[in-house]
Design a protein around this ligand. Sequence first.
Ligand code: NAD
Length: 497
Amino acid sequence: MMTSLEKYNLLIDGKTQVPSREKYFDAVNPSTGEVFAQVADASQEDMGSAITGARRAFDTSGWPQLGVKERGQYLIKIAQLIRQEAKDLALLECLDTGKTIKQTTFIDVPTAADTFEYFGQLSWPLGGCVNPVPDPVESKTLREPVGVVGCIIPWNYPLIMAAWKIAPALITGNTVVLKPSPLASVSVMKLAQWIKAAGLPEGVLNIISSSSHEVSAELVKHPAVDMVSFTGSTRTGREIMRLASESVKKITLELGGKSPNIVFADCDLQTAVGGTLSAIFMNQGQMCTAGSRLLLEDKIYDAFMRELVTRTKNFKIGPAMSYETDFGPLISSEHRKHVLNFIEQGVKEGARLVCGGRIPQEEELRRGFYLEPTIFEGVHNGMSIAREEIFGPVLSVIRFSTVDEAVKIANDSEYGLAACVWTKDLNKAHDVSRRLRCGNVWINTYGGFYNEAPFGGCKQSGFGRELGLEGLLEYTHTKQICTDLTPGGKPLVSAWF
Ligand code: NAD
């Protein structure tokens, strides 16, 4: 019996809308290869309507003039709706992205709700700082919303990325047009269905799904958009920068990485092995912060590798929808090919494959986009598997013997997103952290993100920050108001001519 698939429509100017050309694209479950939903495929006109709606809401709805507390109430309501529907949302995110249900239930959905709630409860008044200029001049700095913000997000953490952008953009008084990736739009389009229930004024938040890069690019080029907050690959980030330059838009770019995970001999070995596994194999390695280069000190090399490889081989690979599964599929068959090409390249360049590297052959995994977790040793930092972002479950292990050597290898990368240091010597850990050229360092842990703390990269990992005070201020611009209280005006100004 044919059952009709659920359709997800656009959120434009407060209304759920069928796309103007009535086109939809398929949402595919990476665990089975099956189509499970259809998502609105917006046209340029749809994107134009969303931008016009956001512009009108910014210019005339009174949204930017509302107090932080009043705007916060809407975000808190969105957080409540996410929590009410947490179970369904976790399943949708799992079906759409291939993230394990354990991960979507305990990480993605609660994290998205927490971010909306955190920014919704913000008590920080925007601006109002007085500058210490000489009397009798009074100088005040205000922080004002930038205007209409276009947010473009990748497929690896759709709900979390949407929350990280929407919540700080709205609380600071901007209006938003958000575009998810065509590879993973469903959870975000589900969120779009609830925005009406949250009571947000029309046009304040618009959500547009589309399979077309041109439609996405329209959000960057359009003169009515004041800022673009982009998360995605470095390659697309370059294009965003080029397109945004036409209208001199403010941009933030959260891009790719090739993060070093540095393990010193004086670490707690079991903890560091566990952390290393999470750093590279969580979400099947499809993380911007993946610790894809393991820098391992000579003295513990053999013992560490034995434990790492044994534990990797014990992963239960399977459908993301099962709570038994440790390791699900990759996002698409095309992406798996891209990762397999890197594995082939690694072998050609002389690295030793110590585990994984193949498509699992079990009958029940045949139709999904599975790939074994893969570890290469004998890697040197000039190989393509050590230089390029693979964005999959491939770990390159590089030996070192001194602290200076570790820092040199770690910094020898085009990227500068994250790094990790494992040692019981906290003085050494902090010294190394300061010498690393990247935006985030984790010490004796990996992958913690906090709404209170800024996250982002340097070098070709981009610029700008998400979360924390710095992330919040990205969505504001600075205005200084200067009042001269000199009686009769300042002679050099008032009597110059
Ligand atoms: P991508 O660059 O292919 O796509 C990202 C988004 O940009 C998608 O929504 C896509 O539709 C859109 N897009 C593509 N071409 C465009 C164009 N010409 N104009 C406007 N929009 C366009 O990235 P992806 O494959 O979806 O995601 C993986 C990448 O994201 C990895 O490189 C990863 O490191 C990065 N990432 C970075 C962070 C971070 O915080 N630094 C977080 C998550 C993912």
